[in-house]
Design a protein around this ligand. Structure first.
Ligand code: GLN
Length: 497
């Protein structure tokens, strides 16, 4: 029995826990054993909190034994991207500058996990300050893709995606500023959702670009992602950009799984010759599948998406250069060069010089430049105008379509080392995901098969209008059910172990 626990979906685990066929301590211990077995190779985790996770599990078991009515995911273990503050637990954001920092408070997402009773297995690896698409920019070494250990698991949330794909955790939390939940999901054959901006609280999330950042679920099935979405979404007075009003019923939508009569727009600009042949092939098969399921698929054009990547790489560094000014060695994190003679500016400079990696420095310089007087209008101002145009493209497309679709990324997982020294090549991974962050609506990535040329997972991106995240789950679950019928099992089961 124990050997199989880690392969169960969160929904099945939840049902077994509720039916007392298994305890949360057993489920949590199974994940911890799996982590001990495979993480020395995968390196999905930066920190494993066995004691904390087992304590939560034991308390859930006690409450259940006492006859308490518990929420659906109570007792189901989860992994947390290291960008989320968790009281007393190291939170490094993949950076040396926060090495050994233990936050004195919980992020709202973490508080919600605690309230519902999900044992947090530990903190997952990520590109430093969530800047990157491969997890190679982590100050603590790369994470490996469970499908092929010589390949990247995506980024910045490669640790969360690899933990889920490698059966170390049934669920994980990611954050997505330009694609960091969806692109890792695509290249690891898992499901990842970026909810509408403001749907999940940013309180306690170490900020990269505040107008783009959004936390969301990583899972092995659309239903599992929906169950987690339901736990973490909802208004939070501690986040001034948090959406008021009710959360759409994403679990019901995942159960509905019906695309009959749905108008699906295929975004012309997010598919084409720049995309790997096998990615395009799997994508066009899904277009046929959607049609067979009764959806009305048509092509739509979003001409300004062509400029989205350029605008993003002005807006993101601008916001990041401001957000990261707080890491100065004075308030928290490491302090370097404080030899008793250096003045405060020198200590700050030495701390930032030694504490930040090259990609973080590159973006701070870019952002500072773009915001400097004389260049502000030319760069930052122009980028904000492009952002408005991207939003208008979406609005026009959604006037005719219920959802939009595209491949999640142009290629499957690339070899570790291939793009690490070529920032532009790295940035291009997010060409199809970035427009969504600029506009603020929600999107999901899900596995749609393996590319014939390399046998690696391909992701489908489903995009919904702002706030209507339930549509992502409806379409995702319909496609998933049809594909799993065809394959006879979930795609992830083909991942080599
Ligand atoms: N890869 C993108 C970047 O490097 C997205 C990062 C993210 O979503 N956190 O900015």
């Amino acid at each position: 029995m124990t050997a199989d626990i880690t392969r169960l979906s969160a929904a099945t685990l939840a049902a077994e826990l509720a039916g007392k066929q298994m305890s949360s301590v057993e489920a949590t211990q199974a994940c911890l054993d799996r982590i001990a077995e495979v993480d020395p190779q995968l390196h999905a985790f930066l920190y494993v909190d066995a004691e904390g996770a087992l304590a939560t599990a034991a308390s859930v078991d006690r409450r259940r034994d006492a006859g308490e009515e518990l929420p659906a995911l109570a007792g189901v273990p989860i992994a947390l991207k290291d960008v989320m503050a968790m009281r007393g637990v190291p939170t490094t954001v993949g950076s040396k500058i926060l090495e050994n920092w233990r936050p004195p408070y919980d992020a709202t997402v973490v508080s919600r996990l605690r309230e519902v009773g999900l044992p947090v297995l530990g903190k997952t690896n990520m590109d430093e300050f969530a800047m990157g698409s491969s997890t190679e920019y982590s100050a603590y070494g790369p994470t490996r893709n469970p499908w092929d250990h010589d390949r990247i698991p995506g980024g910045s949330g490669g640790g969360s995606a690899a933990a889920v794909a490698g059966f170390e955790a049934p669920l994980a939390i990611g954050t997505d500023t330009g694609g960091s939940i969806r692109q890792p999901a695509a290249v690891t054959g898992t499901v990842g959702v970026k909810p509408t901006y403001g749907a999940v609280s940013r309180y306690g999330l170490v900020a990269l670009a505040s107008s783009l950042d959004q936390a969301g679920p990583c899972a092995r099935s659309v239903m599992d992602a929906a169950l987690l979405h339901e736990v973490i979404a909802g208004h939070d007075p501690r986040d001034s950009t948090s959406l008021p009003g009710p959360v759409p019923d994403v679990v019901k939508a995942a159960r509905t799984a019906d695309v009959r009569g749905l108008k699906v727009g295929l975004v012309k600009e997010l598919n084409g010759p720049g995309y790997q042949a096998g990615v395009r092939q799997r994508f066009s098969e899904v277009v046929e599948l959607l049609t067979a399921l009764g959806a009305d698929v048509r092509e739509v054009s979003c001409p300004n998406f062509t400029y989205a990547l350029g605008a993003y790489y002005l807006i993101l560094p601008s916001e990041a250069s401001s957000n990261l000014a707080r890491f100065d060695g004075m308030r928290y994190g490491i302090r370097l060069g404080d030899d008793g003679e250096a003045n405060v500016e020198e200590v700050m400079a030495r701390t930032r010089e030694g504490g930040f990696g090259p990609e973080v420095k590159r973006r701070i310089m870019l952002g500072t430049y773009a915001l400097s007087s004389g260049y502000y209008d030319e760069f930052y101002g122009q980028a904000q105008k492009v952002r408005t145009l991207v939003q208008r493209d979406f609005a026009a497309a959604f006037a005719d379509c219920d959802v939009l679709i595209s491949p999640t990324c142009p290629t499957t997982a690339f070899p570790i080392g291939e793009k690490v020294d070529d920032p532009l090549a790295m940035y291009l991974n997010d060409i199809a995901t970035i427009p969504v962050n600029l506009a603020g609506n929600g999107a999901l990535s899900m596995p749609i098969g393996l590319a014939p040329e390399d046998g690696l997972p391909v992701g489908l991106q489903v995009i919904a209008p702002p706030r209507l995240d339930d549509r992502l789950y409806n379409v995702g679950a319909a496609v998933e059910a049809a594909l799993e019928d065809r394959w006879g099992h979930p795609l992830i089961e083909e991942a080599p172990q």
